[in-house]
Design a protein around this ligand. Sequence first.
Ligand code: SF4
Ligand code: SF4
Length: 349
Amino acid sequence: MIAYTVYLQQIQELLQEWSKTYNIYVPTRAEDHFFEFRCWQPDMHIAWDYDLAYTSLKGFFLPPREDLIHFDLQHYTSSPVAQAPKQLLFGVHPYDIKAINQLDQLMNTDSVDVNYQLRRDNTMIFGLEPSRVADTAFWAGMDASRVDLGYDLFWTRISTGAFLVQVGSAQGEEMLKKGPAVDKATAAEKEAARRMHLRVSSVAARQSLSFPWTKVPEITGKFYQRKLYWRERAKTCLSCGSCNLVCPTCYCFDIQEETDDHLKQGSRYRQWDGCMLEGFARIAGGHNFRPTPWERYRHRYMRKGKYIFDKIGELGCVGCGRCVRACTARIANPKEVFIEIWEAVKNEA
Ligand code: SF4
Ligand code: SF4
């Protein structure tokens, strides 16, 4: 492992240097006291010890709404739209890197999503070892407390004034060398980073699943037909879609077109959609494949626990705990659902 030691007082100079090329986004405490990634400004306080950003990072690659094509109805011409400014996401926790790695696979299955890929190619990711665990998080049990790929640099705070920075790509290492001189990390500093990881992982493990995540696809598959369970579980669902919106691994979108009042010019755009919304599975003619909240709720957990696994061999949930926090009905909770199903299946065996 190639790693360097970077001191806290060196970071401002590095950020100044990087900001000449990149829009930099860092975790900070927002007005409503939740943490959010915001565009870095020199006087900004970076929340190195944030536990969870309220909004996931998928919007940096798949914006809530974006134009795909502009067309001219008078001349019958059209042109693709793709905007991808260079951006640096600094301070991304491993579970969110895992979610981005998953989106990379899913957005390029069957055919490449050009707009997504362009943004992804223009994005640098600097990971950060969490120092605190959100009370709703359960990532330690979802195979998401460590990532081996998907970052250019990975930062671990090893003391109040220093970080161990592990190199993930040649471009990341090059960026590190653009600022003040940094030294290669010593064995003792690498050991300090390892201990930091163990410390936070053991805290996270206390609130993780009570059984191996690899069992989730099998047990959720078995529970598909348990309509009574899903009806009861979803009886207070408001179909608001908040759990979809905050989820870093939900990537569904809808494509529509609009024109100006004179029918001269228009655009084709896409915007986020969500499987918990009533109209998500409605098709031409008015038929809806999942007309009731409980059917949509079941679908979401089948997707998180089984369907994505069947596609790429990973669960569609990284255990960030955002949906748990966002659900006003207090029913969006993959850990709770998977444990309930696990207990029921175990008792029936
Ligand atoms: S389902 Fe919930 S806990 Fe899992 S990744 Fe999505 S928002 Fe996070
Ligand atoms: S589970 Fe919760 S957040 Fe999701 S749609 Fe229902 S009420 Fe909204």
